[in-house]
Design a protein. Structure first.
Length: 205
């Protein structure tokens, strides 16, 4: 479904650098990639597979974003900066999802079946992150930049690392752009280990 005004308003809501309508319409490759994908997806579902792939290929050339026309994308989806984003054929993306540059939603199987990730509503995926396989990333979860996610992630989680590990996040975290409120999973684990070592030293000291 095409809703141009909703897509444009999404850019203004999710990118404080957006200053005007003309700038958004002409200088946001992530927006252009989504619009071209919607056209390609309609052709794909109508059986015009080669035409759909051609539009997807043209979109990649002009935007640096590769979205397979078979991928299913929800409303108010925004790709910030965009360059290097790859979204596979059987990927499913919910509403209000935010992706940064270099994100890959890839597959792990050669079989003709569901083989790409499913992202729930409100998910944020940081720059350079790779999510592989037919796994679910729960609603409102955040994937830290540079993470490699290979296992399902529960809703309202923060995911960091290579391979990535999930940790429940506080319910109140501000907006999708408030990266400073994302739980620091690795630091929390180190602090827990330090506390445990200090307690053991106290007991044997």
């Amino acid at each position: 479904m095409f809703n141009f005004s909703e897509d444009i308003n999404t850019v203004f809501r999710k990118d404080p650098a957006a200053r005007g309508l003309v700038e958004v319409l002409t200088c946001y490759p992530g927006l252009h990639a989504v619009w071209l994908h919607r056209l390609a997806h309609r052709l794909w579902t109508a059986g015009w597979r080669t035409a759909a792939r051609l539009i997807s290929h043209i979109a990649r050339f002009f935007t640096g974003v590769e979205i397979h026309p078979g991928a299913t994308i929800g409303r108010r989806f925004f790709i910030d900066h965009g360059m290097g984003v790859v979204i596979g054929e059987t990927a499913e993306i919910g509403d209000d999802v935010l992706l940064y540059q270099g994100v890959v939603l890839g597959g792990t199987s050669l079989e003709h079946k569901k083989r790409h990730p499913t992202l729930g509503d409100g998910v944020v995926v940081g720059a350079g992150s790779i999510i592989l396989g037919a796994i679910n990333i729960g609603a409102r979860s955040r994937v830290g930049a540079g993470s490699v996610v290979l296992r399902p992630v529960p809703p309202d989680s923060t995911v960091f690392g290579v391979p990535a590990h999930a940790k429940a996040s506080p319910a109140e975290r501000g907006t999708q752009l408030d990266h400073d409120r994302v739980a620091d999973v690795c630091w929390d684990e180190l602090e827990a280990l330090r506390a445990e070592v200090a307690e053991l030293r106290r007991k044997i000291g």
